[in-house]
Design a binder for this molecule. Structure first.
Ligand code: FAD
Length: 510
């Protein structure tokens, strides 16, 4: 909120209006454009595809005569997303979030078709509500196992963020062993959390990711409560941001991929070249494309600078999003469910959770298939498999979750048949939060005077998430505002870790 007010104050000061060219129309680029326009600047955003949203994008199913949407990913909004909620408030669309009951539901591994929940009591402040939720559930962890979690979580409670950041060098498994946590906590909780938070297994996942989420849940009463958007994200979330930006004089242009960053002799950006040959000139330039795309756009002259070289250490992780339409309603839980099956991460019955997809007659399950490549922890490279094989494997896993409704064992009168399915592969999604990656995440401010970095992978405390993307875009807007007002309070370029080739760290920023 403070940052939002700062943009307003900058606008009221009536300083110079700067032209800013942003490339990448996901939540980060859109957030950057929104806050720059709030500060009185004139952003133009160039998105490669014909739809906005990037990893939250969705499009009408061309084979459907109804209104089915194909989504890039099942997206959950947490209570602990302050920048997202602030953005929704500012846009006047807070009522578009559909809150699910405050619980975390897990499928029981040994008991097909059965589920267990951590119930967060209403009107109980944090951390007592989470303590009540954990103590109240007796089906997943024993009291002894819960007590054995305490020594590991105590330093986080006492030391906060510095302790959390310092755990980035350890995988979840290494952290557990260090603090003597029983392996069953991994099997019962952390595998599910790792697959949900970063689509990878705990032996590959940085402990900072898990602690960051837990810290928010422990400190905010509604931090772990989940909400779904009430419809397809491009229309219900991206469009209001676009309208906001354009009402204030900015522009959002789709189907305009940036193909080249062109430089002046002093290495500052001269222009962006678009695929149609147009050259775009502005006072400032912001990248809001995924890290793997940006690496391909780095001009040769920048490629030796440590700030850009550190990006070699970041890489998107593959994930698959699946939607399954059934001919009848499944007896599914209301809200998000941790499937705790080898191939699936979380899923939700969107016919219950999302107004636009609501149906009393047919269920539509949206599922995240993860890990789905050897580098993420899967023995099979699912991302390269044909759709049919992926759907077959998913249906086999669903037989365990819905034994009375899915599969050959289900009685005829209750059996739900698959009517339609879609598979969306995201070969490079959020950056792989493997141990030791955090230190290579770039600051929004870069060593190039007129170039700023956004995107969920740039430094901010919310990891690769919608909240992280919105915050990163907002911080990128702040860098430009601070440069324009000439304040001495700029955060500056984050120090580059010494492991990034020392030869280049001597070079002076441009
Ligand atoms: P992106 O969304 O990747 O946007 C980048 C944009 O740049 C894209 O629109 C792309 O088309 C565009 N682009 C690429 N190349 C060019 C070019 N050359 N020129 C111009 N534009 C270009 N987060 C949560 O908080 N909760 C969840 O439940 C959740 N679930 C997820 C499930 C899945 C399956 C996936 C894949 C992600 C999930 N996430 C979730 C993460 C979240 O979606 C991302 O962290 C966030 O949306 C990233 O936003 P971004 O703007 O940084 O990047």
């Amino acid at each position: 909120k403070d940052l939002s007010q700062k943009f307003q104050q900058i606008k009221n000061m009536g300083g110079a209006k700067k032209k800013v060219a942003i490339f990448g129309g996901g939540l980060s680029g859109l957030s950057c454009a929104k806050y720059l326009s709030d500060a009185g600047h004139i952003p133009t955003l160039y998105e490669a595809r014909s739809i906005l949203g990037g990893k939250v994008s969705a499009w009408k199913d061309p084979t459907s005569d109804g209104d089915d949407y194909i989504e890039t990913g099942l997206h959950i909004f947490f209570g602990a997303y302050p920048n997202i909620h602030n953005l929704f408030d500012e846009l006047g669309i807070q009522d578009r979030l559909q809150w699910a009951p405050h619980r975390m539901t897990f499928a029981m591994q040994e008991l097909p078709g059965q589920f267990t929940s951590f119930e967060f009591p209403d009107r109980v402040p944090a951390p007592f509500n989470i303590a009540a939720a954990i103590l109240g559930n007796t089906e997943m962890l024993t009291l002894e196992e819960k007590i054995k979690m305490v020594p590991a979580l105590l330093p986080m409670l006492l030391e906060g963020q510095p302790f959390i950041d310092a755990q980035d060098e350890l995988s979840v498994l290494q952290f557990m062993r260090k603090y003597g946590m029983p392996d069953r906590i991994n099997e019962e909780i952390f595998i599910a959390m790792g697959k949900a938070l970063d689509f990878i297994d705990p032996d590959k996942l940085s402990m900072t990711v898990v602690l960051t989420a837990m810290n928010r849940f422990i400190n905010e009463a509604d931090g772990s409560q989940t909400a779904f958007l009430d419809g397809n994200p491009p229309a219900r979330l991206c469009e209001p941001i676009k309208e906001w930006v354009e009402k204030k004089g900015g522009k959002v242009v789709c189907s305009s991929p940036v193909t080249e960053i062109q430089l002046n002799e002093d290495n500052t950006v001269k222009s962006l070249r678009l695929a149609n040959g147009t050259e775009v000139e502005a006072d400032y330039y912001v990248s809001a494309v995924p890290v793997d795309v940006f690496k391909r756009l780095i001009p040769v002259q920048w490629s030796t600078l440590p700030y850009f070289r550190q990006l070699d250490e970041l890489e998107g992780i593959p994930v698959i999003n699946i939607q399954l339409w059934f001919d009848r309603k499944l007896d599914s839980t209301d809200g998000l469910c941790f499937s705790r099956s080898p191939l699936l991460s979380v899923y939700a019955d969107m016919s219950n959770c999302c107004a636009e997809y609501a149906s009393d007659e047919r269920s539509m399950l949206e599922l995240v298939f993860a890990p789905c490549s050897p580098e993420a922890g899967s023995p099979i490279n699912w991302i390269a498999k044909p759709d049919l094989e992926i759907i077959d494997a998913t249906m086999k896993e669903l037989e365990r979750l819905f034994p009375l409704e899915i599969g050959p064992a289900a009685p005829d009168e209750k059996r739900a048949n698959l009517v339609k399915s879609t598979v969306v592969r995201v070969p490079r999604s959020v950056y792989a939060a493997q141990p030791g990656r955090n230190k290579y995440r770039p600051s929004q401010e870069s060593p190039i005077r007129n170039f700023v970095m956004a995107g969920d992978y740039a430094t901010q405390k919310y990891l690769g998430s919608m909240e992280g993307a919105v915050l990163s875009g907002k911080l990128a807007a702040e860098v430009i505002c601070d440069k324009t007002t000439g304040t001495s309070e700029r955060k500056g370029v984050k120090a580059i870790h010494s492991s990034v080739d020392k030869v280049y760290s001597e070079r002076q920023p441009t």
